[in-house]
Design a binder for this molecule. Structure first.
Ligand SMILES: *Cc1c(COP(=O)(O)O)cnc(C)c1O
Length: 360
């Protein structure tokens, strides 16, 4: 077997131990005689998996009892619409625009004719930083941020304080650091970057927000429907939730979220140091104080597209894949989510150093 180091932005790397555990159980789940994929979502066999995913998440992520955890479908992108549908009371909302995913969320608020402000934007500097001192009014229906900007490689170091309910799109950094829940009222994430395969969307929501949705909101789009039914109103993405439970066990076996955060810091430091010590050969996209620990976006000096393509080619030949930057900023992007190993980052750094020496 020869596995590549997968630096892709999403769907992204999954820990080998998790894949092997799933493989072991794929055909005959714990001696039950069938795959978890074939099991009824009303069976005890599936219910144990579902319950374990929820309870492990609450334990490891230290989610307080006054929050519900929902396991939905439709991706993070459906949350862009569900947030205004469920949280708007006809008053004002506010968004911080820190990249393409925030902009897409804003687009959905527009479609619903929500009254909202954009209180901060990094658009003028091609989203290379998180604006400082973002302030949200205290009487908003909700305030909205994107904790990690997957494309531009920027990340909040702490969340803004506001009395308004704070909504956080954490699709690309969920489970990568402990969350201060006193600041967050709703967090959502598509699973495919840091929490398993695509198909599951995690929503962690303060219970007091569940009753806001208008009667006219379709049942499937109401958070309350899913909260009242333990995320079993209809058939949930059972296999993805099983994988999520394995990811959570892996986090637990790795020492928990704090240990994962430490490992993430070590990986990111290694990579950013390689950029900073390259005498200008590599140029990071994000300003230093906004750098993401999850997505490292960078160019080669003067945005030399030929050299960038050459580096991507050499990396691919060395089984380091998924490094092409998003088309909006070009260059390279190394996504180093929880599942990326230090060994993988070291291999990339070694290649980058050698490449810089050979092509200066
Ligand atoms: C990937 C991503 C999304 C989109 O997720 P889907 O599940 O494909 O809808 C939204 N927000 C952020 C921050 C992302 O990284």
């Amino acid at each position: 077997m020869s596995r590549a180091f997968n630096f892709g932005a999403g769907p992204a790397a999954i820990p080998l131990e998790v894949l092997e555990e799933a493989q072991k159980n794929l055909v005959d789940f714990n001696g039950e005689g069938l795959s978890i994929m074939e099991a009824s979502h009303r069976s005890k066999m599936y219910d144990d998996v579902h319950t374990e995913a929820l309870s492990l998440m609450r334990e490891l992520y230290e989610i307080p009892e006054d929050y519900d955890i929902l396991l939905l479908q439709g991706g993070a992108s459906l949350q862009f619409a569900m947030v205004p549908l469920n949280l708007s009371l006809g008053g004002k909302a506010a968004y911080a625009d820190t990249g393409s995913w925030s902009s897409k969320a804003i687009k959905e608020a527009k479609i619903q004719n929500i009254d909202f402000d954009i209180v901060a934007s990094s658009k003028e500097s091609s989203h290379n930083h998180i604006p400082e001192n973002i302030t949200f009014a205290d009487d908003l229906d909700y305030a909205y941020i994107t904790s990690n900007n997957t494309i531009y490689g920027t990340q909040y170091k702490s969340f803004p304080s506001t009395k308004s309910p704070l909504v956080v799109d954490a699709s690309s950094d969920i489970f990568s650091y402990p969350v201060d829940w006193s600041k967050v009222d709703l967090m959502f994430a598509g699973a495919q970057k840091n929490a398993g395969p695509s198909g599951v969307t995690i929503v962690i929501i303060k219970k007091e927000l569940l009753n806001r949705a208008d009667e006219s909101v379709p049942s499937m789009l109401k958070y309350k429907t899913h909260a009242d039914n333990n995320s079993l109103y209809n058939t949930p993405p059972t296999f993805g939730i099983y994988m999520l439970s394995l990811i959570l066990k892996w986090i637990k076996n790795s020492g928990g979220i704090k240990a994962i955060q430490k490992a993430n810091e070590a990986k990111a430091t290694l990579l950013y140091d390689a950029i900073d010590n390259s005498n200008g050969f590599y140029v990071g996209h994000a300003q230093k104080d906004s750098r993401s620990l999850m997505n490292v976006s960078f160019n080669i000096r003067d945005k030399d597209a030929d050299l960038e393509a050459k580096l991507i080619k050499e990396a691919t030949e060395a089984k380091m894949i998924g490094l092409k930057g998003h088309r909006s900023i070009g260059g390279l992007r190394a996504s180093i989510y929880n599942a990326m190993t230090l060994e993988g980052v070291q291999a990339l750094v070694d290649l980058m150093n050698k490449f810089a020496d050979e092509n200066r």
